[in-house]
Design a protein. Structure first.
Length: 151
């Protein structure tokens, strides 16, 4: 007589139960990690755009501004063309561009605009705060030319 090699229904249910428990434990950690990487990469993008606006101000010997719109969770580099199509405005919306973060605050001397002089110096010190889930980062512009990211 030949013996059958198969799994019983109870063995399959135990495997499914164990996998469900592991998924239940791993899912919150995955979401935390996802929020961390979203906010971290968006903060690096905003800091890079500050540096880009500062460099464009120096290169063009003209004032350049980064204007934040908290209502639409976006910002624009004024008088700077889009990197893909120079004729288009340089507008970034971190909430819609894969970062899924919110711009919760932007203050540069009482305004939501960071201005760089033709020498690359910031007119006012200030910061931008972004959040995603339980994670947040603050991008700080210090006088005259320091740009940093802090938790």
């Amino acid at each position: 007589m030949r013996r059958r090699c198969a799994y019983t229904f109870i063995e399959l249910m135990i495997v499914v139960l164990v996998m469900g428990i592991l998924a239940g434990v791993a899912a919150p950690r995955y979401m935390q990690a996802l929020d961390y990487y979203r906010v971290e990469s968006a903060a690096k993008r905003i800091a890079a755009d500050f540096r880009y606006a500062r460099q464009k101000a120096i290169d063009d010997a003209a004032e350049r501004k980064v204007v934040f719109d908290l209502a639409s969770d976006s910002y624009e580099l004024l008088s700077v063309g889009n990197l893909d199509r120079q004729a288009n405005a340089y507008i970034v919306s971190p909430a819609n561009e894969g970062y899924a973060v919110d711009i919760t605050a932007a203050d540069f001397g009482g305004q939501a605009t960071c201005t760089f002089s033709h020498l690359g110096d910031a007119a006012d010190a200030g910061s931008v705060t972004i959040t995603s889930g339980g994670e947040s980062r603050t991008i700080t512009v210090e006088l005259p030319r320091t740009i940093s990211i802090s938790p």
